[in-house]
Design a protein around this ligand. Structure first.
Ligand code: G
Ligand code: G
Ligand code: G
Ligand code: MN
Ligand code: NA
Length: 250
């Protein structure tokens, strides 16, 4: 398709840009890191979001190259921040099938001298069922290198309990659909309470995604959720905007 050809050209030209969404500790509203989200600034001004181009990248096999470019750009930025700030990057389900994924990520980190402990990989539950054996091997090699692995969009996929038992995740991210319902739907609160309880029995920190209201942030803190992300704190910003909004020169 036309979009696929344009995306391939954009990747070759290194045109894709990471944006950075803040992750905060709910108790003190302290900044602890950023999630990298891909953006495609096009010369023709058309706005094509990741909801459109990520599936194209996945189907065409461009996703690995896209992710590695984003990782490299994101890490280069992060090397200029306070070293306590982490970065997180999303990995598509198909990427976990690649037996070389962990090596490719590590090669990028090594080349940049970026500490693997500052990087977090976000995988969804559905990524784990595409090819369970390879997914498990990839996650284990990432973890052996000191990279952290978070279970993303938790609560929306298949057989969550099974995956918690089989794989040593470092963090759980509760899907934003539950968070957005917190203010209006008492059942959402029960679900969030259950997820936080489950995570705490595995000693896993929990991140709530998609926090848009102060009320939701207060509820989540009261339920024992440690970290949050969402428009209440900030949307994803370009590297330049970050320095104006979030970072102080060190
Ligand atoms: O950034 P935005 O909120 O529009 O993202 C839309 C969707 O695209 C989200 O599900 C997000 O996780 C996904 N996405 C954004 N950037 C990347 C990326 O670099 N890799 C993958 N696999 N997904 C991404
Ligand atoms: O799937 P993933 O969790 O990686 O998705 C990140 C997506 O969620 C991005 O598209 C980002 O722009 C979006 N997002 C982040 N915070 C909020 C929020 O508070 N509300 C809504 N509606 N979307 C959000
Ligand atoms: O530094 P101050 O106490 O004003 O920060 C309030 C909260 O806002 C912090 O606890 C943190 O969660 C978040 N934050 C930290 N640094 C910045 C920043 O530079 N800009 C913005 N807008 N929020 C920040
Ligand atoms: Mn994510
Ligand atoms: Na998510």
């Amino acid at each position: 398709s036309v979009l696929e050809r344009q995306l391939r050209e954009a990747i070759l030209a290194d045109d894709l840009r990471p944006h950075f969404q803040p992750l905060v500790e709910l108790a003190g509203r302290r900044l602890v890191g950023f999630e990298l989200l891909a953006r495609w600034p096009r010369r023709d001004g058309l706005n094509i979001g990741p909801d459109q181009f990520i599936p194209i990248a996945e189907e065409s096999g461009l996703i690995n190259e896209l992710m590695l470019q984003l990782l490299e750009r994101g890490c280069r930025e992060a090397l200029g921040w306070d070293a306590r700030l982490s970065i997180a990057i999303n990995i598509s389900p198909v990427q976990l099938k690649d037996p070389w994924l962990a090596q490719k990520i590590l090669a990028t980190l090594t080349r940049l001298a970026f500490p693997p402990q500052r990087l977090e990989i976000e995988v969804t539950e559905n990524a784990l069922i595409v090819d369970a054996d390879n997914a498990r091997r990839t996650i284990e090699s990432l973890k052996n290198q000191g990279i952290k692995v978070a279970l993303d969009d938790f609560g929306t996929g298949y057989s969550s309990m099974h995956h918690l038992r089989m794989l040593a995740f470092d963090k759980i991210k509760i899907d934003r659909s539950f968070i957005q319902a917190l203010d209006t739907d008492p059942d959402a609160r029960k679900i969030v309470r259950a997820i936080v309880g489950l995570a705490s029995s595995f000693d896993l920190p929990v991140v709530a995604e998609g926090i848009e209201t102060e009320a939701a942030a207060q509820t989540l803190a009261a339920l024992g959720c440690s970290y949050g992300q969402g428009y209440l704190f900030g949307a994803a910003l370009s590297a330049e905007q970050l320095w104006r909004e979030w970072l102080v020169p060190v």
